[in-house]
Design a protein around this ligand. Sequence first.
Ligand SMILES: Nc1ncnc2c1ncn2[C@@H]1O[C@H](COP(=O)(O)OP(=O)(O)OP(=O)(O)O)[C@@H](O)[C@H]1O
Ligand SMILES: [Mg+2]
Length: 266
Amino acid sequence: MADLYTITDLRLSLADMTRKPLLGAAPRLEILKGLDFTIPKGAVVGIVGGSGSGKSTLGRALVRLLEPSGGSIRFDGTDITHLPEAELRPLRRRFQMIFQDPMSSLNPRHRVGRIIAEPMRLHGFDGVDARVARALDHVGLPQGFAGRYPHELSGGQRQRVGIARAIALAPDFILADEIVSGLDVSSQAQVLNLLEQLVADLGLTLAFISHDLSVIRRLCQRTIVLYQGAIVEDRATADLFSDPKAAYTRELLEAIPLPDPDQVWA
Ligand SMILES: Nc1ncnc2c1ncn2[C@@H]1O[C@H](COP(=O)(O)OP(=O)(O)OP(=O)(O)O)[C@@H](O)[C@H]1O
Ligand SMILES: [Mg+2]
């Protein structure tokens, strides 16, 4: 299988504003400390790790919301590590991110139809109305929802709108960052089932960030474990669960009560 992403010695530093002196620049904190991995086309890869381990920072680097300070990110053969915005723009359609809190990522003053349509208009799509209808259909929302505002929806429905907006652009890659963390258990299961279905139907490549190992176990063939900005384990999920190599992975597995994955997704 060809690789969609090739990540080599990825480093990312951010200014530590909590230690910024009155004069001069804030000291730099190295958040990602030299990551190497690939994401094959069509793969569903889990990214786990404790709070502050760098999961979201890595996710934002993959979709170039953050610019790395070292190493390289190749996306489908193109080095996007330092690509200027004008050259990134046509590629941006192809890698989409879905966020944890749809309430803050959906414009509260726009109706759902416009929320889904707007990125397509920016990317010059034709037949946007028909595509909005199809996207709603894909995520299991009735067509009438196009006329609703985000505050008129449940958390699970809002997350479906976020997914609809992303898939409407026909991306190759979706990065989902803790997208079910804010939902109750039954909406979580529904959104995850939907995501699993879409990945299969649309041939998407998915990176799924979560601290919930039972979700990762069900959804992802492969799992990357981050610890303090470095990869401590990157293996087939089944192997990771049956025979964790890194001490930190064992800690993660022990710390989290693991229900039967078939029960979680009932
Ligand atoms: N804008 C920023 N400036 C400075 N440091 C930051 C910034 N954003 C994140 N960090 C730091 O980078 C580290 C990694 O943060 P990140 O948000 O990537 O972790 P995470 O694994 O997603 O955590 P969580 O599970 O809590 O979402 C943390 O120590 C955090 O404090
Ligand atoms: Mg995070």
